[in-house]
Ligand binder design. Sequence first.
Ligand code: ADP
Length: 462
Amino acid sequence: MPDTDTIDRVTSRKVQVASLPPADSGRGFARLPDNLMDEFGLSEGDVIEIIGRRTTVARAIRPYGEDEGIDIIRLDGLQRANAGVGSGDFVEVRKSESKVATRVVFAPAQPNVRLQGSSDALKRTFSGRPLVEGDTVATTGHQRINADMPDNIRQMLNAPAFALQELRLVVAQTVPKGIVHIDAKTTVELLPEYDASGGERRADVTYDDLGGMRDTIDALREMVELPLRHPELFQRLGVDPPKGVLLHGPPGTGKTLLARAVANESAAKFFHIAGPEIMGSAYGESERRLREVFEQAHESAPSIIFIDEIDSIAPKRSQVTGEAEKRLVAQLLTLLDGMEPRQNTVVIAATNRPEAIDEALRRPGRFDREIVVGVPDEPGRREVLGIHTRGMPLGSDVNLDDLARRTYGFVGADLAALTREAALEAVRRIMPQLNLAEDTIPTEVLDALSVELRDFENALKR
Ligand code: ADP
């Protein structure tokens, strides 16, 4: 350990980004090794600015033993998105300070979510945490906000429902501007709806939202994220980055989520083509739509085009009778062949039936990389359960390891549904205490609410 007096203090410098383990994520902390803490003159809990393509803020805390002596900063997925960087990139780190905010306005980070503000809950969750406008943050722990659920569920419950799961919020406005934190005197507001005026929101999905897929993520990062972020690397080496990657695996294993996360973490635009939906009825309509998506993607590159259920638009030509299908396969091949590396676009396609798609698509220069996305094993299921119960007030009798053991054969979507169902069970339990004529649920009721083992047991029976 060097003597602190002999350390040359720096005010800012470049540090490489690594990921933060799930247990630490979502709380506004960044882990910095002791040697860097000392260099910056930081004490644990001090505010730092993290400057990538964007600037975000965090509180610095000390690392795990194994990071000691390595120049890395550990950030969670939202922090990486907020800084506009991915793991392995460099950010500039600078010691900073936050001012007390007089006013902070949050808004849902996703469209189609309506929130009803309990600003007290928000105040509690984000109190003391450094924030800047434009950052996306997640509610965690015992956050209770009234949120609209889909109508069918509302009707079923005949009550205003609320989010028992993590919500993503954007810091829409702060007064003053710059780095602020919330304290007792701050006015906190919650806009009910997503505000699209701030341009496109990122950070809706990050690698932290994917459970049991570490190897898959690594493989896809290398094939897709690396070339999108650093096209110059491939130019220098004189090799063409892959144009197309085929993901295959059963439905609900997280293929769409994975493609979205890669796009977000690569700072690429995401274009989604739902295979069955693109089959237009009018002559030439489907081809035109396909061409349009490719054009838009090239214009806004770096881009990822995700084609879901590609088997429905590109079945084996030898087995289809319809002319329309044959033309669509041919159009897709033409578009793929016409893609050039400088366009900085990657096509990711997903299918459950790789054997059913036209062989020509899998030739070199087209979908020549394949990644299997399988059904999660027990540790994988445990990770997925951890992700979907983040921000859920869990009863002390809930043991996620045990639930992972008991859910053999469940894919990610099944596990997500299980946690949602358990939350609804908890809501049903407190129904008798609710005054259905009121729009919002009293804070005392929300505070007493937790999702317990019996709720999971009931959900498993359904
Ligand atoms: P696919 O594209 O393979 O059919 P999706 O990506 O659409 O599956 O997954 C549907 C939903 O299931 C996701 O939005 C997510 O809530 C959940 N899910 C699926 N796989 C995972 C996973 N590996 N980790 C966390 N959540 C998952």
